[in-house]
Design a protein around this ligand. Sequence first.
Ligand code: ADP
Ligand code: NA
Length: 331
Amino acid sequence: MQRIFSGIQPTGIPTLGNYLGAVRNWVKLQHDHDCIYCVVDLHAITVAHDPKALAQATREMAAALIASGIDPKHSILFHQSAVHAHVRLSWIFECVVRIGWLNRMTQFKDKAGKDRENVSAGLYTYPALMAADILAYHATRVPVGDDQRQHLELANDVAQKFNFDFCGGEPFFPVIEPVIMGPAARVMSLRDGTKKMSKSDPSDQSRISLTDDADTIALKIRRAKTDPEPLPGEPAGLEGRPEARNLVGIYAALTDSDHAGVLREHGGQGFGAFKGALTELLVDKLSPIAGEMRRLLADPATMDAILRDGARQAEAIAEPIVKKAEDLVGF
Ligand code: ADP
Ligand code: NA
């Protein structure tokens, strides 16, 4: 059975983008794959964070994942800082990855912005830790949103160079295949159709979070940027209309359809009517998740026990793999 690994940062309540681009696919994969899902708290400290709030943010993310359908009986669910194998392999990978490769990462350029001399070195080397997260388990399939494509290519380059440098080209680390699924693999900001929706962008509050109530969802959809034209009858008509394309993609993902299917039903409609239908759909799909999250968070001790148990299972898989990598390096 192929092993799946994926992670999410405890940097806020998950957005509709995290849910449609990643988490919903994690849920779908867990019944016929060996799945490991990680709340990546080591990644969360690459930017300014509140130390007093981090443990609770990790618990909230775990609750959000379980409420979305991740079942700790079928999948391993844990937080990254509890399994030291990640950091040990990450250091080795920092010494394998080339600075030139890191310099090409567009997420770093976006997140660092203009103040590139004054961000943490961790934000810069983040892709080496991400490669370690996956390869410490010899995972071969990684379900992520479209924004992670470049980091996964880099992880494959790191694995290949490690194999070449330390194993005479033998495939100790396997090739990773990204699993990027569905019509909402890159959900865009509702304010700016050229930027992705992110839970951790403080400058853009237009995102839909999994805990938003019905009124908040209705308001955010009503305010979502659109153009004056009605919806086209087929996908070609979405060309050059990123905001329309985004809303149609969200609708398609939530109904397990595609752009063409949604436009067959809603083509010709103005955004007033379409936004009403979309709001209803969102409230219908998201409010049970928010309710379940509240119920889980009322019992923090059980959440912590689930994460601890997951960490023990994760460690048992990663430990021998990382030990072997350390042997190969010569430690
Ligand atoms: P964020 O950027 O929202 O803080 P993370 O870095 O924690 O999210 O990413 C968690 C997962 O969610 C990743 O698989 C990522 O590709 C996916 N993801 C993040 N934003 C989006 C989006 N706007 N659309 C689709 N998937 C997304
Ligand atoms: Na991201």
